[in-house]
Unconditional design. Structure first.
Length: 247
């Protein structure tokens, strides 16, 4: 993904500086901090030197990131206050085993749990190809999903209602979206597939990269922590989707 907007580049730089400032304990200056942008590959020697835990952060949304979200994931009619959201920074591994910096905005009620889940997935080498804010795709879910991007918060109401959706509140997570598409067949036989390019991955009997299956580590970690998996729904399937079960 090529970023041409000057502000987005500045936002990435700010996040990199944030990572650098958080990467070492103030009482341990032996190893100098090294900054990496979200989406960048981090060499194993850097992770070892700086400590993997230093890359896993659950913080209030920085001003640069919140500005980036304006009019995109944080829309003008957003009813979720900024104070209810958290910005997660983490490491994740792709199918080649490379460690990349990931980022995600989630609701504060799940931020520590999600950060712990992502840390455990990283330690287990569970592959996640991309984890960037949907704002880099102008908060267009279809385009983000086509890039197999994993994300959470994107404000919206449930269609034809005034109720905020789970993603709109930041209590739903989508993982490896291209290979785990949403699918529903309407009464007139019309098929809805999101992303549209995910159609080849609707046959869950096949083996392919980044596939989420019932009983795998991603499924276990989320469902053991109070989430339900869209792959188990009966009226539709949403194989990428984990949402917090709310009373």
């Amino acid at each position: 993904m090529k970023i041409t907007n000057k502000f987005l580049a500045l936002a990435l730089m700010a996040v990199a500086m944030l990572l650098a400032s958080c990467s070492k304990d103030n009482n341990d200056p032996v190893v100098p901090s090294q900054a990496f942008y979200p989406g960048q590959i981090v060499p194993e020697q850097v992770i070892s030197a700086q400590g993997e835990a230093s890359f896993f952060k659950d913080i209030e949304i920085p001003d640069t990131i919140f500005t980036l979200m304006q009019g995109k994931s944080f829309k003008q009619d957003c009813t979720v206050p900024r104070s209810d959201l958290r910005y997660i920074l983490c490491l994740h591994r792709d199918i080649k085993g490379r460690a990349l910096v990931g980022e995600m905005v989630v609701n504060k009620v799940i931020s520590s749990t999600v950060l712990d889940i992502l840390h455990k997935l990283y330690l287990a080498n569970y592959p996640i190809e991309r984890m960037r804010l949907v704002d880099y795709w102008n908060a267009e879910d279809e385009m983000s999903m086509r890039d197999n991007n994993s994300s959470s918060f994107n404000f919206r109401f449930i269609s034809h209602t005034t109720k905020v959706s789970k993603h709109g509140k930041g209590v739903a997570i989508d993982i490896n979206t291209l290979y785990n598409p949403y699918h529903k067949t309407l009464a007139d036989g019309t098929e809805i597939i999101e992303p549209a390019t995910g159609a080849p991955y609707l046959d869950r009997s096949k083996s392919f990269p980044y596939k989420i299956e019932k009983g795998d580590l991603c499924y276990k970690l989320f469902t053991e922590n109070g989430f339900e998996w869209g792959g188990e729904w009966t009226t539709r399937k949403d194989y990428q989707h984990f949402e917090l079960i709310e009373e």
